[in-house]
Structures are given as structure tokens and as C-alpha cells.
Design a protein around this ligand. Structure first.
Ligand SMILES: [Zn+2]
Length: 57
């Protein structure tokens, strides 16, 4: 049978991510991102630091 293993994959969620690294060129700018559980971590594409603000939509 097929279709019983959906729970193996954590759901994706939409977040607003904001980088707060001082010298980052995109600091303070809100980005809409899709993240995957269970950690929902997001790394800034410009400075490589983890986004300190994640706001779930
Ligand atoms: Zn950054």
C-alpha cells in the first residue's frame, strides 16, 4: 500500500526572515522564505549568519 509515510517529512512553513548583522548589505530588510522543519533555521545569503528574526506567516 502507498501513502502512509507522509509524516516522515516535516511540513514547510513560510516565514519573514530579517538579518540583523550590522555590516550586512541586507540587514533590516524583510525576506519571505520557505523553511523546513523541525528546526526552521535560515542562513542569510549575503553574510552567511543565521537570521536572528524569523516571523512565521
Ligand atoms: Zn545578512
Amino acid at each position: 500500500m502507498v501513502g502512509a509515510v507522509e509524516e516522515e517529512f516535516p511540513p514547510s512553513k513560510q516565514f519573514i526572515a530579517v538579518c540583523r548583522t550590522g555590516e550586512c548589505p541586507v540587514a533590516g530588510i524583510e525576506f519571505e522564505v520557505t523553511l523546513y522543519g523541525p528546526n526552521y533555521a535560515c542562513i542569510c545569503g549575503r553574510c552567511g549568519q543565521a537570521h536572528s528574526e524569523l516571523i512565521e506567516l
